[in-house]
Design a protein around this ligand. Structure first.
Ligand SMILES: Nc1ncnc2c1ncn2[C@@H]1O[C@H](COP(=O)(O)OP(=O)(O)OP(=O)(O)O)[C@@H](O)[C@H]1O
Ligand SMILES: [Mg+2]
Length: 229
């Protein structure tokens, strides 16, 4: 079953149209990654799904019309976001940041799941978030998104600002997460390795339009095209 269906999605800031009619679907358990350069509209796409920008067109989540729902209602239905720039609560501990993601649900079992995925966070659970390294902070942001047991996880450039070795670590954790958990993923990225190694299917977004789409068999072509942009 499709978990997310997006049809002719257009997004606007005031009169400026940023997304020019985007179409895609994500099946249950699938990971769809979108590569795009700065300003392509990646964050706008994530915000559109969350109901944070003005949109036209159609978004369905688990077969249900999403377009008229408010952000908190969409989240309550099982969408979670790991936002651009992480947006942690800098003065809270790692563990309290994680608990913020549980949106009122009991958090103990999910804390164990997150700590199993990121053992480093268990060691650092009582540390203040702003003192954690960039990689640890990104792990907190991912863990926090998982705490609400979402069926769809939205990732906005999880590799941003991280050294290649740290990106590799996070990617390994996400591959493990994909393996062990029942979750579908929509990821927007500029980092080709992060995007393509996780993808079941992929698209390239330029100036608010998909210029290329494909499944795993076309990843090589997509990579080549992306480097030509
Ligand atoms: N709040 C806003 N008001 C007006 N224009 C905006 C706003 N946010 C973004 N834009 C514009 O929309 C376009 C797409 O921005 P968006 O943030 O979606 O790009 P992006 O692909 O996420 O880029 P990046 O890789 O830099 O994060 C850009 O031209 C940007 O200047
Ligand atoms: Mg962005």
């Amino acid at each position: 079953m499709a978990i997310l269906e997006v049809e002719d999605l257009r997004a606007y800031y005031g009169k400026a149209q940023i997304l020019q009619g985007i179409n895609f679907g994500i099946e249950e358990g699938e990971t769809f990654t979108i590569l795009g350069p700065n300003g392509a509209g990646k964050t706008t796409l994530i915000k559109s799904i969350l109901g944070l920008v003005k949109t036209e067109g159609n978004i369905k989540f688990k077969g249900e019309e999403f377009t008229e729902l408010k952000t908190h209602e969409r989240i309550a239905k099982g969408v979670a976001v790991c936002p651009e720039g992480r947006k942690l609560f800098p003065n809270l501990t790692v563990e309290d940041n994680l608990k913020m993601g549980a949106i009122g649900k009991d958090s103990d079992d999910m804390l164990e799941v997150v700590y199993n995925l990121f053992p480093r966070l268990k060691e650092r659970r009582n540390h203040i978030a702003k003192r954690a390294s960039g990689g640890e902070q990104q792990m907190v942001a991912i863990g926090r998104a998982l705490m609400s047991k979402p069926s769809l996880l939205l990732f906005d450039e999880p590799s941003m600002g991280l050294a290649p070795i740290v990106v590799e670590n996070i990617k390994e954790s996400l591959l493990k997460m994909k393996d062990e958990m029942d979750v579908s993923i929509l990821m927007v990225e500029q980092n080709v390795k992060m995007a393509l190694d996780l993808a079941d299917k992929v698209a390239v977004l330029v100036k608010g339009r998909f210029v290329k789409e494909g499944d795993r068999s076309s990843l090589g072509e997509v990579e080549k095209l992306y480097f030509e942009i």
